[in-house]
Design a binder for this molecule. Structure first.
Ligand SMILES: [Zn+2]
Ligand SMILES: [Zn+2]
Length: 201
């Protein structure tokens, strides 16, 4: 498929809609999620059938949530602050796991693109800079979408212990602030049941 066809696909459009803009990082997440799901033979997670562990909170993480169905709110989207474009998908059905990580030389920063980002974030970009930026941004997004998978990622089978399923426990008021707290998150302090905020302060 051409970059245009991919950008026009329903899956990609859903990612852009969720993320808010189109960018190379989102496209990397799109490719990484597709690659990992293919290897695991996994379908989008309606409940907690698959678990995703991402190693960055950058743009790519949003496409991974949309495509895998592993979301922050379901508790099957786990974030590790390692600053790596990497995702591990684990299947609760098969016990299999796969880690997809961006190759270090796969997608070098383009100095012209970087310079334009700098201008835009510092507020010194003019109309022409913005146009040039839009063009380059779109081109790089297209490049990510069409690069052969083996150029982009290293894919490894992994054996990672599955995290516990999400917990649901009734709320109990904190003895200090009186706000409701999931019972399992209360802490005992001087004979009182406190929320973590009150126990810490
Ligand atoms: Zn983005
Ligand atoms: Zn409290």
């Amino acid at each position: 498929m051409s970059a245009e066809e991919i950008m026009d696909s329903e899956d990609f459009r859903k990612c852009v809609e969720f993320h808010g803009h189109l960018c190379p990082g989102l496209s990397m997440g799109f490719r990484a999620a597709k690659t990992a799901m293919e290897r695991l033979n996994a379908l989008r997670s309606e409940d907690e059938e698959i678990v995703a562990i991402v190693e960055t909170d950058a743009c790519c993480a949003d496409a991974i949530q949309v495509l895998t169905g592993c979301t922050f709110g379901k508790g099957n989207f786990i974030y590790k602050d390692h600053g790596k474009v990497a995702v591990t998908l684990l299947s609760r059905n098969t016990g299999e796991g796969v880690r997809v990580v961006l190759k270090p030389d796969a997608f070098k920063p383009d100095p012209a693109h970087m310079a334009l980002i700098q201008k835009i974030t510092s507020g010194t970009a003019d109309e022409n800079d913005r146009k040039a930026f839009d063009g380059l941004h779109l081109k790089r997004t297209g490049d990510v979408l069409t690069l052969p998978e083996e150029k982009l990622f290293t894919v490894q089978k992994v054996n990672v212990e599955l995290p516990a399923r999400a917990q649901i426990a009734p709320s109990v008021p904190c003895d200090f602030c009186r706000e409701g707290v999931m019972g399992t998150k209360l802490q005992k302090k001087n004979g009182k049941n406190l929320c973590r905020a009150c126990a810490g302060g």
